[in-house]
Design a protein around this ligand. Sequence first.
Ligand SMILES: Cc1ncc(C[n+]2csc(CCOP(=O)(O)OP(=O)(O)O)c2C)c(N)n1
Length: 337
Amino acid sequence: MTTAVEQARRRVAADGVLLRQMYETMLASREIDRAAGSADGHWHAAEGEEAVIAACYCGLRERDWVAPHYRGMVAAALARGADLRRLLAGLTGKATSHSRGRYRSDVCAPIEHRLIGLYSGALGPTLEYATGTALAAKLDGSGAVAIAVFGDGTSSRGNAHEAINLAAVLGLGVVFVCQNNQYAISMPAAHGVGARAIADRGAAYGIEGVAVDGNDAIALRAAIEVAIDRARTGGGPTLIEAQTYRVSGHLVADPSPYRNADEVAAWRERDPIARLRSHLVSAGLLDEASDQALRERLRREVDAAMALAAADPAPAAETIGTDEVFAGAARDHGSAT
Ligand SMILES: Cc1ncc(C[n+]2csc(CCOP(=O)(O)OP(=O)(O)O)c2C)c(N)n1
């Protein structure tokens, strides 16, 4: 472990404000999975991957741009300050959603929070969008960095390679985080990526590539902070592979016949929420009663937001409108930097 990463790990482990925000984000993500997954079997749950969500989307500067992986997109938007009821209304395209029913909030987070979505539903372009915002930030000298988060399956798309290569060649401030949950639908990562770690690809791009335990929120956040510092100070991009596991099926309705139950059970034992909880308790930042109260509050908030969103109206034709879809939002909420 490099000195910079070890120093960052110590700093993160002692930062009670950041750790509490990360813990709350992880619990909120799991509650959202519970509520959305029971309402719709087509939900892509992030159960077991919450440390990646917390480490990537908490503690950023407002000016930074984030291109989240779709698995965790709603929790990412919540961590960046979007409204939960409006996000949940976006799951079924309600008029009250951030996009007025134009696109689903689990694949497109609100751009007014500097969140970049999939827009087309194709996986891969988000890395290019992140590289593009980092190029704009460099040209404008705004000091913003971009974080792109993507799956192991997505990491082998042609446009993912192009985006990382261009960022490397131009020395752009992007942090590429591969949320390696070991599967792309039913395909094990080893079949799609090969025997080497995804992080090893960093050498081919001429950038730092690091593999981190993706269930250890503190270690992962430390690696991300080092990469953000590098990006912000002109040191170019970093490729971080967060090694985690998709405890849920690809969709909650997926019974996952392609893997065995022991494998899932072993990873459940490595639950990232329990792991951060035990750190918080031993650091005196959380006790049984406050943990219970926090969990109950989040459950109430998610259930209340879900009930409101479910009762919200579908958009009428004039609500959806035919005016600008994304360009207008970008104009209204600031340029790319
Ligand atoms: C370009 C493209 N190819 C295929 C798909 C269909 N598809 C949707 S989700 C998915 C799995 C992606 O795997 P990964 O990137 O590892 O993310 P995970 O679902 O494991 O979080 C695929 C292949 C797609 N949306 N876009």
